[in-house]
Ligand binder design. Structure first.
Ligand SMILES: [Zn+2]
Length: 150
């Protein structure tokens, strides 16, 4: 409940105009809607200078085997380490998909599995590059469930 600023008539919280005198009534400040923190966005955990300095290396993490460049060349950059871990997971996923494709090579689903796996890995790699491009550190879907290196 609130009171009309003009005539002190008691009004509901939702009232925009006083029902007694017609004066405009200021809306109560509405509560901020609850915004859940993005659980897979770790961007705030990293130093902005680290993010800016190591953008190129972080991007290399998502270019297949080129992940070895930041893996061995960059030290002391938690931001790069984050993306290297994801890049390594993508490589593992790719290796697993290749093994699965070999196991299925005598079946008709072989081609489908290989193509689906390649598309998924390509999409995840692009999402990783996009994340770095936006100076972010987001856990990628699928590989976020791979718990190695964490
Ligand atoms: Zn009033």
């Amino acid at each position: 409940m609130k009171n009309c600023p003009n005539c002190s008539h008691i009004l509901s919280d939702e009232a925009v105009f006083c029902s007694e005198c017609g004066a405009p009534v200021a809306q109560e400040p509405t509560q901020q809607p609850y915004i859940p923190a993005a659980p897979y966005d770790h961007t705030p955990e990293f130093d902005p200078a680290d993010i800016a300095d190591n953008k190129i290396f972080a991007m290399l993490s998502y270019l297949g085997i080129l992940v070895v460049i930041p893996l061995f060349a960059v030290k002391g950059s938690p931001y790069t380490d984050f993306h290297v871990r994801q890049g390594l997971k993508l490589l593992i996923l790719e290796a697993a998909a290749a093994m699965l494709a070999v196991l299925l090579s005598w079946t008709v689903v072989f081609g489908v599995v290989a193509v689906v796996a390649e598309v998924i890995i390509a999409v995840l790699s692009l999402m990783g590059l996009f994340s770095v491009g936006n100076n972010q550190a987001k856990e990628l879907p699928i590989i976020r469930n791979i718990k190695f290196f964490n």
